[in-house]
Design a protein around this ligand. Structure first.
Ligand SMILES: [Mn+2]
Length: 284
């Protein structure tokens, strides 16, 4: 930290250098395969801006972000139109942070990036589990002939980790075939703390990557996203889920699919910034 009043664009209190940090935020402004409404490329920047409107103190757990050492690395420069090149740049960034024994948290950006991130985490944690909060199955074999589309991201992660290491919560949209595949492999669970605790019981002390597609929230509280899906959860439901996750081994996470311009009130960006704060105060 510096006494000079810099106006650098970082998430609330994330002013530490990577060398000193426990957690590093990585922005991934990318939305090349978005199937419906693009704009998630503006997500990371909107989360940072909205963070200035919330407090660093969490009254839910009586902890302040200032008690943590967080670094905001800014945004990766990701090429549009080329998932392969975007994935390799992202992988490089994640690997760089993991090599420093710092916990990376990715700010999206579209959900397809989760695959590239999980792929690197698996190098460091071979027995990794993936917990996904999302409205959508994302289990298509491919979408518009693109196997690395955001509509296929969890299916690609199944190829990587195996279906018994993937646990989805909040799902309410997908093709009949996707739900059939999910049922066959026991992938999906109800979005409530008990159902999460049942899964965590099986995971035990094994490492967990938490992927939060913010569209798991109901469009009434989170309209700022590319594929809004009615029937979703509230902010407090997500807090309950975070409480259940406390004391388990979260080794990395991402917050995806905020597309701020679809919400002219700006409240979706505030929700994203606050979800991030509540995650941060619980994982270190
Ligand atoms: Mn989704």
């Amino acid at each position: 930290m510096n006494d000079f009043p810099w106006l650098s664009h970082h998430y609330l209190t994330a002013e530490h250098t990577l060398e000193n940090a426990q957690i590093a935020l990585i922005g991934a402004p990318y939305d090349s395969t978005t199937s419906f409404r693009p704009g998630a490329r503006f997500g990371p920047s909107a989360i940072r801006t909205a963070s200035y409107g919330i407090e660093s103190y969490s009254p839910y757990v009586h902890r302040d972000l200032t008690e943590l050492r967080i670094c905001d690395l800014g945004d990766l420069e990701l090429p549009f139109g080329s998932p392969e090149r975007a994935f390799s740049t992202l992988s490089e960034g994640i690997r760089f942070v993991l090599n420093q024994s710092v916990v990376p948290i990715l700010l999206g950006g579209e959900h397809s990036l989760t695959y590239a991130s999980v792929r690197v985490f698996q190098e460091f944690y071979p027995n990794l589990h993936l917990i996904v909060f999302d409205a959508h199955c994302d289990l298509r074999e491919e979408y518009l002939e693109e196997p690395y589309s955001h509509a296929s991201v969890v299916r690609r992660c199944c190829d990587l980790l195996g279906t018994n290491r993937i646990h989805q919560f909040g799902i309410r949209s997908g093709m009949k075939e996707e739900f059939f595949y999910a049922r066959q492999h026991g992938l999906q669970h109800f979005y409530n703390p008990q159902s999460l605790l049942d899964v965590l019981q099986r995971i035990g002390n094994e490492p967990i990557y938490l992927s939060i597609d913010l569209d798991v929230h109901d469009p009434s509280v989170f309209p700022g996203t590319g594929t809004p899906e009615p029937g979703g959860v509230t902010f407090l439901d997500t807090l309950d889920m975070f409480n259940a996750l406390e004391n388990f081994r979260i080794v990395g996470a991402d917050l995806m699919e905020l597309s701020p311009h679809y919400d002219s009130t700006g409240c979706s960006s505030v929700l994203a910034a606050k979800v991030l704060r509540e995650l941060l105060v619980r994982i270190v």
